[in-house]
Design a binder for this molecule. Sequence first.
Ligand SMILES: Cc1ncc(C[n+]2csc(CCOP(=O)(O)OP(=O)(O)O)c2C)c(N)n1
Ligand SMILES: [Mg+2]
Length: 807
Amino acid sequence: MRCNVYFCSMSLSSAKDLKNMDFEAFKAEVLNDYKLAFESRQASLLGRKEVLTGKAKFGIFGDGKEVAQIAMAKAFKHGDTRSGYYRDQTFMFATGMNTVQQFFAQLYAHTDVDAEPNSGGRSMNGHFGSRLLDDNGNWLPQTDRFNSSSDISPTAGQMPRLLGLALASKLYRQNPELHQFKDFSNKGNEVAFGTIGNASTSEGGFWEVINAAGVLQVPMVMSVWDDGYGISVPAKYQTTKENISTILKGFNSDENGVGVDIYNAKGWDYAELCRVYQEAVEHSRVNHRPVLIHVNEVTQPQGHSTSGSHERYKSKERLQWETDFDCIKKMREWIEENKLANAKELDAIESDAIQYVNDSKKKAWEAYLAPLKQDVAEVISVLEQFSHPVAAEAISDLKSTKDAIRKDIGMAINKVLIATIGENTIERQNLKSYYKNFLEKNFERYSSNLHSASPNSIDSVPEIKAEFNEDVVVDGREVVLACFDAALGRDPRVFAFGEDVGTIGDVNQGFAGMQEKYGEIRVSDTGIRELSIIGQGIGAAMRGLRPIAEIQYLDYLLYALQIMSDDIATMQYRTKGGQKTPIIIRTRGHRLEGIWHSGSPMGMIVHAVRGMHVCVPRNMTQAAGMYNLLLKADEPALVVECLNGYRLKEKMPSNIGEFTVPLGQPEVLQEGSDVTIVSYGSTLRVIQDAMKKLSTAGISCELIDVQTLLPFDTKHTIVESLKKTNKVVFIDEDVPGGATSYMMQKVLEEQNGYLHLDAKPQTITAKAHRPAYGTDGDYFSKPNAEDIFIAIYNMMHEYNPTQFPEF
Ligand SMILES: Cc1ncc(C[n+]2csc(CCOP(=O)(O)OP(=O)(O)O)c2C)c(N)n1
Ligand SMILES: [Mg+2]
């Protein structure tokens, strides 16, 4: 053995004071670790069986990665956070963030968060996360417990968030004004732990975050579980030189002490793993240094997942090596060689572990089935009231279905409702109301918590109108600047960052002078790395801070859209209200110049980020009111300022840091009687120009600014305008069928606007291509005042050709 017992005992000292630990205590700890590892392996073996016998739909397990995760857990302290992936069950067991029973509850998709705290049955198994919020959506303390952010499936999708979780410690340490927030941090002593599979290090996000962590110097401990494969694809096709730590060597810290320090350990070597984790994590915690631990020689005994078998792509030699170097087998050998326990004692530990996991599995299954059985019994009693033969059939279907689920209940109810259409009996009324209740309950189970329901949700922030004491007229950019100045001054948790945000105060001067005033820790420049800029915000917001993450231009939001969609937008939902990230993403878009500086892909965005809010303020005053509101609330939002609006003149509100613009409430900018025009952002100014021409032609338009696309007109005010004009046009700068179609669906279908139409509803949009450069490029690519005039005039002509002869 490479390590003797003494060496190992040194290594175990990370979380405990081992100077005082006697041999018996040390031995007990090792044996307890072995028990944990063995239990976790049993959970994997049994979990796979549960899928293969049809009790669960899909399984992916942490077998082969047990021992490394136990070593990692030893270095994990209260207040620390994890951002990892689906192999981490052993770590979750070792830290107590999951029990084996909860692990099985997730495999079965138990919808009760007490039974399945990771996701309330919403995520497939192996997607872990701890409850960071109480039942009302308020933050729970983080410093008195272990924390895990909630996993997502896209490989390396955990990386951007990890950067922000680590960055929060730097802010909490370096900004003394933040030391008061003791529930979130003890002066920044917390480490953010990341885990990733070897193959997923091929993703761009991995490299972006490793580099950014090195630049930022944040306490991040990144573990790579290297089992040589990504499903069937070996390292040869994944990684240059087939070795991630070799190629990362250039990141190692230099004489100035800056870098990402790289460590190595073998996945089957318990003693080495304990020693490396202790050293690496301590270094990261004390010195705020990112480190990467390449855990090599890891196995995957059952193959990738329940979807296939690894015998198809691993050689006989590899499979034999995996058997020989199985980390649990090796740990047992090490224990025996070092005489910490004999074979008999270890056999007893193993059989206890088998029993425990079996019992946990059984309990999880029974707890999962109990409410289903109750639901089935209940619906049967309602169906029994029918004398109709179809009801008897439905009852018999339900009774004969082994372990009937809610889908079976929904089908049975509808079978009877369809067969009895036209029969207005009491039984049918009862069944209908039972069905309504059934749908409501299942809405709560499967569709609730898309947004915050906390006392700080956007709806609970009161509206405060902007006030203007005297007519101070300034450039628009000065309005947002004053708003950010007030926010930074008011709340030490607020900080802003992005490309060119620090020294020059953003490319349009919205943060001009703010770095000088509040320091680099509050207002800072970042590299050009949109994905991880957003990640920085996601993680920091999860640790109680209020990040304003800037994306320089809307056109470059695409680099970040994936993580907005996969992580931010799903967070409340995928944890069933257990986690939130109140990040504010600031960007600027719509018309300016050229293919990549005037995009307005709002349809794409609103479809990608349900679960976030999307604000499209027409000017900087509205933008400031939205920022003020968002900073009082606890929900994630994107604010798209008008790129061509910074130098337009606006009146400076006297209550610049106070007033709020409520979300989801359109504003009628101009009243009219013939046509309702619905739009937002920079296009409104073009429409106002067209409206002057339309009014000379005797056409009176009502212009509505929707102000936010998500949420959209929550009080259904736009339809009120339609009742008056009976005609509607939706205008924006997106592609045909983009956000205009979204708005049309909202107004015509959701608000029943179709009932009030006297003319075909219309959309006026940009062309399908990106906008061409130059004034004429803009003129012919985006909707212009002439296009709008002609379209609306033609609408009036069709409606009344006598009054409005052909154009
Ligand atoms: C972005 C993305 N692409 C593809 C997949 C499908 N997928 C799931 S796991 C996986 C392999 C990951 O391998 P690795 O990172 O080495 O982790 P391991 O499963 O080996 O522990 C792939 C390709 C995914 N989940 N996300
Ligand atoms: Mg792998």
